[in-house]
Design a binder for this molecule. Structure first.
Ligand SMILES: [Zn+2]
Length: 448
C-alpha cells in the first residue's frame, strides 16, 4: 500500500515536470545547425564540453572581481524598478541605457533609445566564442573568489569603474548554468574583470527586442516603435523528480542575438528556429512533438502555457501570427546569424506590478458563436469572419465573460488574471520561494 502511494506520488511528480522538462533533456540533445550537421551535444549547455567554463579554459579565463552579489531583498523599499535594482552602485537615471531605464514598455521613445544604445561585451581572444564564459572576481585579482560568470561576445555588462591597474568593476546577471561552478542563479552580481576584455559595440540599428519576465511577453521594436507583442514562456524553476533546477530560471540582462542554431531536439520535443543569445539560452518557436504519422506537429502540451513561465531556460515564442503578421518564423526569416540585434530581458523583481488596463480599450469578438476575445479586428484567427467591437469595461459582463483570451493577437489580460500576477509579485512577498532557498548555497559560499 505504501509502495503504491509512493509510486503514485512519483508519477504525479513526473507528470508535473515532464511537460516542461526541456532543459534537462537539452543537455543530452542533438543540436542541429542550419545545414543539419550535428554539433557536439556538450556545447548545447553553452559551456565547453570539457567543462572548462571560464577558469580552466586556457585561452583566457580572466579573473575578475568584486563587491559581492546584491540581494534584492535589501532594497525592497525602492520604488523604481530598473535592471540594476538593488545594486550597491546606483545608476544615473538620465543615462537611458539598459541598466538605468525603468521597465516601462509603454515609453516607446525611451525603450528604443535603450535598444539602440551601445553595449559593452566581453571578448576574450578571437573567433566566435558565443558559447564560452568568463568569471567575475571579487577583487581585481584572479586569485580572489569567483563570484559570477558572464557569457562572452553576446552578454552586455555595466561598467561601474575602470581601475588604473587594468581591471574594471562591472555588473551583470550571472549567467550560471547547470554545470557552472559559480552557482549565482540569475543573480545581479558586481565583480572585476580585466579591462582589456571589455569592448563597446553598437547594436543592429534595424530592430530591438524586449522580453519581460513579469508579463511573459516578447516585444519587437522597429524604427522607434513597438511593432508587435508576442506571447512567450521563459524558464520555470522546478523539481524534476530527482533534483531542483534553479538553472531553469532564464538569465536576465541585455544581449546580442547571435547564431541561428536551427532545431533543438530534446527527447520528443522539437524546438524549431532556435537563435542563441546567451550561451545555452536560445529564443525559439514554442516546442512541438511529431505525431505517429511522422509529420503532423502537435503543440498541445506547450502552446497553452505561453504567457506563463514553463521552459527550462530558453525563451519559447508563439507560432501564430499576430495582427501585424509576426511570429517566430517571421523573426527567423528577418535575421541572419550574428545579426547583433539587441535582445533585452527584464527581470521580474518582486514588487513589480502589471498596470491596470484602460477600461475604454476596444476589444473584438465574433457574435456568431466565437469563443475568443481579440485585440484587433484583423486577428489571424478571424479569417472570413466579421468581428464586432466592445469595451474592456464590458469584458466581465454577460456573454463576454465567457470569452477566452486569443492566443494569436494577445489582447489585454482580464483584471482577475492581472491581479493573480500582481498578488504573486506584491511588495514584501516572494514569488519564487524555491529559488530563494536554492540561492542560499551561493550566499553561504560568499561568506567563506
Ligand atoms: Zn485574436
Amino acid at each position: 500500500m505504501r509502495k503504491r502511494l509512493f509510486a503514485a506520488l512519483l508519477a504525479a511528480l513526473m507528470l508535473f515536470s515532464c511537460a516542461t522538462a526541456e532543459e534537462d533533456l537539452i543537455i543530452e540533445e542533438v543540436l542541429l545547425d542550419e545545414t543539419g550537421a550535428e554539433v557536439p551535444a556538450g556545447s548545447s549547455a553553452g559551456l565547453p564540453a570539457d567543462g572548462s567554463v571560464g577558469v580552466s579554459s586556457a585561452e583566457g579565463m580572466t579573473a575578475v572581481s568584486a563587491g559581492g552579489a546584491s540581494s534584492p531583498a535589501e532594497s525592497a523599499a525602492a520604488e523604481v524598478f530598473t535592471p540594476s535594482f538593488g545594486s550597491p552602485y546606483p545608476t544615473d537615471p538620465g543615462a537611458g541605457d539598459y541598466w538605468s531605464l525603468p521597465m516601462d514598455i509603454t515609453d516607446e521613445e525611451a525603450v528604443w533609445k535603450m535598444l539602440m544604445a551601445p553595449m559593452t561585451v566581453v571578448r576574450v581572444g578571437g573567433g566566435n566564442q558565443e558559447k564560452k564564459q568568463t568569471y567575475l572576481y571579487r577583487e581585481p585579482d584572479e586569485n580572489s573568489q569567483k563570484i559570477g560568470v558572464v557569457t562572452r561576445d553576446s552578454q552586455g555588462v555595466r561598467v561601474i569603474e575602470q581601475l588604473d591597474s587594468g581591471w574594471s568593476l562591472i555588473e551583470c546577471y550571472s549567467s550560471s548554468f547547470h554545470d557552472t561552478k559559480v552557482k549565482a542563479w540569475n543573480l545581479l552580481v558586481q565583480g572585476y574583470i580585466k579591462s582589456e576584455y571589455l569592448v563597446k559595440m553598437d547594436p543592429n540599428p534595424a530592430m530591438g527586442i524586449v522580453v519581460d519576465k513579469l508579463t511573459q511577453r516578447l516585444y519587437i521594436f522597429q524604427d522607434g516603435h513597438l511593432l508587435t507583442t508576442l506571447l512567450c514562456s521563459t524558464g520555470l524553476v522546478q523539481h524534476n523528480g530527482t533534483k531542483w533546477q534553479p538553472y531553469n530560471e532564464t538569465r536576465s540582462g541585455e544581449f546580442f542575438l547571435m547564431s541561428k542554431v536551427g532545431t533543438l531536439k530534446s527527447d520528443r520535443l522539437l524546438c524549431d528556429m532556435a537563435i542563441r543569445f546567451n550561451s545555452g539560452d536560445m529564443v525559439h518557436e514554442v516546442p512541438h512533438v511529431v505525431q505517429a504519422d511522422g509529420k503532423t506537429k502537435n503543440y498541445g502540451s506547450t502552446e497553452p502555457k505561453l504567457g506563463t513561465k514553463c521552459s527550462h531556460g530558453c525563451i519559447r515564442v508563439q507560432r501564430y501570427k499576430t495582427p501585424e503578421g509576426i511570429n517566430m518564423a517571421w523573426l527567423w526569416s528577418q535575421l541572419k546569424s550574428g545579426s547583433r540585434v539587441k535582445f533585452v530581458i527584464w527581470e521580474d523583481w518582486q514588487g513589480r506590478q502589471i498596470p491596470p488596463v484602460d477600461p475604454n480599450t476596444v476589444l473584438y469578438y465574433n457574435p456568431d458563436g466565437g469563443d475568443y476575445y481579440h485585440r484587433a479586428e484583423t486577428c489571424y484567427m478571424a479569417k472570413k469572419r466579421t468581428f464586432q467591437p466592445f469595451l474592456y469595461s464590458q469584458l466581465e459582463e454577460g456573454e463576454f465573460a465567457k470569452l477566452k483570451f486569443c492566443p494569436y493577437c494577445a489582447p489585454a489580460m482580464r483584471a482577475a488574471d492581472i491581479e493573480a500576477v500582481n498578488s504573486r509579485y506584491a511588495p514584501g512577498g516572494d514569488h519564487d520561494e524555491n529559488m530563494t532557498m536554492l540561492r542560499q548555497d551561493y550566499f553561504d559560499y560568499l561568506r567563506q
